[in-house]
Write a protein that binds this ligand. Structure first.
Ligand code: GLU
Length: 482
């Protein structure tokens, strides 16, 4: 029987979910789910200086909204818990001590001043190995005196360490370049470099999926696995997500390219399903040309050989296109649940927002477009240029004026105010006066909307505006045309 694939997502709670991180979560999830495996969520909060209140909730909420469900994790439980690193401190201590015992790690009592004095020689974060081989009695004396200490990994001084990344291939590093990194800090908290290895092993993670910023530090992690005598996991490092700069070049996706967090994209009116669908394709290619995927379809189609090591460029236009398609396919109820609150907030009471929502359904790419689209509804726009003259409908301002004057009393007498009734009245008027129906509709639509392109035709907009506002706008336009 082949091994069960176990993957994890191990975010640090920073308070927002960068879209690159979400992609990591998604790929990690899909890798295990495509093979019927297990997926774990682990919160990496050992950097106490960077803790942000409520930040873990952002992670839970994002995963919930995107449908990335975990088999084990905070709230869900599981046999490998706790799943929040700050609740696992004794475990890290115990495992660090094991490496001290076996000679793969050591206590370091160097003071801050001493380390500072090294910086020029060794580079920031460097260490000269001063405490690597302290005599045992000195160590014991220091411990007995309660001297503060850290525990460092004892790197081999010669040779190379390498591993084969599933995406990038072989990565090798000369051991002489490796510094004796800290595993347990003076405050008793572990470093990421150490505790994620312990956790990945204890939680049975078989495939580590994460951003490629860890590609070259992974040999150090491999040495930890070797020191413990544990089997190394497979590594799947993902290329960076890039954004397109104003000058056409690309750089790491950041705020200057646009919204970069899942929450901000959602706040702009992008649908979680569309975001997931789009980012699924940012670094992974399906075997065929399919573009639209539900989560279940992604689970079925995902495979590691579709991963690319070239950096993927986040294209906001493409996301808008996906989002527009997802909005079009939304059932009316779900669409209204999102569109109506926005419209009700923007529009005066007399506006028929349900009708307006219907007209906009196929015309927006994101819910944030609504505001811009309904500017002509929420205010009476200044007339820009001669919109009454239209070649196709053979209209002129004079003709439009005549049409408005004629139609006003007919509409004032309308027995009902719905699209069919209004359409009937205007159609009949056109027939009676031998005018083109298109010309009549044009005159009325321009008079009430005061812009050339509108969602919906004249009578649909009349229904949106309601009787009073429509007639008021028509009277105003007729006056203006005098
Ligand atoms: N906490 C790390 C991060 O958010 C996780 C890296 C990893 O997946 O190992 O970057």
């Amino acid at each position: 029987m082949s091994e069960t694939i176990v993957t994890r997502f191990a975010p640090s709670p920073t308070g927002f979910m960068h879209i690159g991180n979400l992609r990591t979560a998604l790929y990690s999830y899909l890798l295990s789910k495509s093979k019927g495996g297990r997926f774990i969520l682990r919160i990496e909060d050992t950097d106490q200086g960077r803790l942000v209140e409520g930040a873990a909730d952002v992670i839970y909420k994002t995963l919930e909204m995107t449908g990335i469900d975990y088999d084990e994790g905070p709230g869900v439980g599981g046999e490998h818990g706790p799943y929040i690193q700050s609740e696992r401190l004794p475990i890290y201590k115990e495992y660090a001590e094991k490496l001290v015992q076996s000679g793969h790690a050591y206590y370091c009592f160097c003071t801050q001043e001493r380390l500072e004095s090294l910086k020029n020689d060794i580079g920031i974060g460097g260490y000269d190995g001063h405490c690597r081989d302290l005599p045992q009695e000195e160590i014991e004396r220091n411990l007995a005196e309660g001297k503060p200490y850290v525990i460092r990994q004892k790197m081999p001084l010669t040779g190379t360490t390498s591993y084969v990344d599933e995406v990038y291939g072989e990565v090798a590093i000369d051991n002489s370049e490796l510094r004796d990194q800290i595993m347990i800090k003076a405050d008793g908290f572990p470093t990421y470099n150490f505790c994620h290895v312990v956790d990945d092993h204890l939680m049975g993670v078989t495939h580590v999926v994460r951003g490629n910023e860890y590609l070259t530090s992974t040999p150090k992690y491999c040495l930890l696995y070797d020191a413990f005598g544990w089997e190394r996991p497979h590594y799947v490092h993902l290329p960076l997500l890039m954004g397109r700069d104003a000058d056409g070049n690309v750089s790491k996706l950041s705020k200057r390219h646009g919204a970069v967090s899942f929450q901000d994209l959602v706040a702009d009116g992008y649908l979680p399903e569309a975001i997931v669908n789009y980012i699924a394709l940012l670094g992974w290619a399906p075997k065929d040309t399919q573009e639209f995927f539900t989560m279940d379809e992604l689970k079925a189609a995902f495979s590691m050989d579709g991963l690319s090591k070239s950096p993927a460029v986040f294209d906001y236009e493409k996301l808008r296109w996906f989002n527009a398609e997802y909005i079009k396919n939304m059932p009316e109820d779900a669409y209204n649940a999102k569109a109506l609150p926005i419209l009700n907030e923007l529009c005066p009471d007399y506006i028929n927002t349900e009708k307006l929502a219907e007209l906009l359904h196929t015309r927006i790419s994101a819910f944030c477009d609504i505001k811009e689209q309904v500017g002509f509804v929420t205010e009476r726009l200044p007339m820009e240029g001669d919109l009454y003259t239209n070649k196709k409908n053979k209209t002129t301002p004079e003709l439009c004026k005549a049409i408005l004057d004629d139609c006003l009393p007919l509409l004032e007498a309308a027995p009902a105010w719905d699209n069919d009734t209004l359409f009937g009245i205007l159609k009949q008027y056109a027939a009676d006066t031998e005018r083109k129906a298109g010309a009549v509709m044009w005159a009325v639509r321009i008079a009430i909307a005061r812009q050339a392109v509108t969602p919906g035709g004249a009578t649909e907009l009349m229904e949106v505006f309601g009787r009073e506002e429509t007639l008021a706008r028509m009277r105003f336009a007729a006056e203006e045309l005098n």
